[in-house]
Write a protein that binds this ligand. Structure first.
Ligand code: SF4
Ligand code: SF4
Ligand code: SF4
Length: 142
């Protein structure tokens, strides 16, 4: 299946992927309406270093330890995509400790965990990949 992969050598640390992710998951059709005057809570986050930058998001592991670790059954696999049922999440942070890639992000406003569910809005590639200006995020099958 296709997944999101990052090419750290190409990342400009522009953070645009974070904004496109927040827009994609907003449920709105208009980016201004979705993001203006809001603190964004993206499912992808860019780590900046002295020599290298890279975007961090869920790798949709084939054998996901986060699903095994979830104490409430909130995490599951659907067609290879690791999904979260927010109504079942008890915000215990067990999945955060289990994930070896540090990609799970608590949403303090809602008191629940949030994660990338590999959005493909309007039949496109995920917005983080579709709108990266330097092709540092790629959506493909490997
Ligand atoms: S949009 Fe692309 S270049 Fe910009 S921070 Fe994200 S991964 Fe890096
Ligand atoms: S695939 Fe979608 S939800 Fe996942 S990080 Fe990219 S834009 Fe965000
Ligand atoms: S949350 Fe972590 S462990 Fe779970 S599928 Fe994503 S990268 Fe893998």
């Amino acid at each position: 299946m296709k997944r999101v992969y990052v090419e750290e050598d190409w990342c400009l640390a522009c953070h645009l992927c974070e904004y496109w992710c927040a827009f994609s998951n907003s449920g709105k059709d208009n980016m201004v309406a979705a993001l203006k005057n809001k603190t964004i809570k993206p499912m992808i986050q860019v780590e900046e270093g002295d020599k290298i930058n890279f975007a961090v998001s869920c790798r949709h592991c084939e054998d996901p330890i986060c699903v095994k670790s979830c104490i409430s059954g909130a995490l599951s696999i659907e067609d290879g995509v690791i999904k979260i049922d927010k109504s079942k999440c008890v915000d215990c942070y067990t999945c955060i400790m289990a994930c070896p890639y540090g990609v799970l992000m608590p949403n303090e406003d809602e008191g629940i965990m949030q994660k990338c569910e590999l959005c493909t809005p309007r039949g496109t590639a995920p917005y983080c990949a579709a709108h990266c200006p330097n092709q540092a995020i790629i959506y493909e099958e490997r």
